[in-house]
Design a protein around this ligand. Sequence first.
Ligand SMILES: [Zn+2]
Length: 323
Amino acid sequence: MDAVRTIALSCVFTLVTQASFGQATPDTANIPQPHLARSRAEAFQDNNWKFPALITCYPNEGQPAEKVIKDPGPAKAADNFYFLGDGIVAAWAVDTPGGIILIDTLNNKEEADKYIIAGLQKLGLDPARIKTIIVSHGHGDHYGGARYLQDKYGAKVYMTALDSDFMEKNAGRNPVWGPPPRRDQVAMDGQTVTLGDIGIKLFITAGHTPASLSLLIPVKDKGRVRTLLYLGGITNKGLTAEMHSAYDQWTTRLLAVSAEQKPEGVIGNHSSYDEAATKIEKLRARPEGANPFFTGPASTLRYLRVLKECNLNNAEIERAQRK
Ligand SMILES: [Zn+2]
């Protein structure tokens, strides 16, 4: 593990091993955890302990993510939807007739060159067509390449006002992160960002940061429009009571939105939370088969319910530990 990759793990928890599941750590042994039991009951209906949202319930232990998730390389995840991250952090691109919408920009210029620009070229897409960049939140592993791409291609950059403040306040905290992008488009809750024939709906989902963004992204899969729910701030440990409460509110809200709109899968900005690398491998092995990114509306709701219960559980543990 080199230094850069170690630092890159700024907002993703390491994967937990199976052995760590279900074991209370010494400092939580005497704290009742009813929400943990509920989240596990949900996860067990789907994919047992491997259900990725369940990671948010457990302590930061086990193997570092990069030891178990190798770089998948640039990949086509659906007809017009592309993965451009490494094995840890994701950037996604939606290709439209009006240009490319890029979601997140990795740590810095070097990573933007290596994974985003070269990645698009390998996939047969022209990076100069990046017209719109949506930055999910104000941590440098997501905004670090944005200034470079903004300068190079003149792309519009969308970010929430609160996370722009947060980003600028913390810029330079980590030497790996590129400089913040210049303030451009203020992303608003409920707004639809449109390019070409694609409209991406934005939701402010506070908690991980003051105003992370989550998205409903309509992509095409084998010619059919199918919606994915992108979650822009998944981890929920070590938050203030107010942030835990904000997180609870957005999970409740997105459960209602998802019950109505029925997004067919969850994606995120770290591979440990959406298993993107594994899904890409499956897709490469069987391109004609069912696309593994679309796990179904029931699985999407389950993902959100697990996040909700894990957040409530972490809030209770942290409250008890503060006493
Ligand atoms: Zn983060």
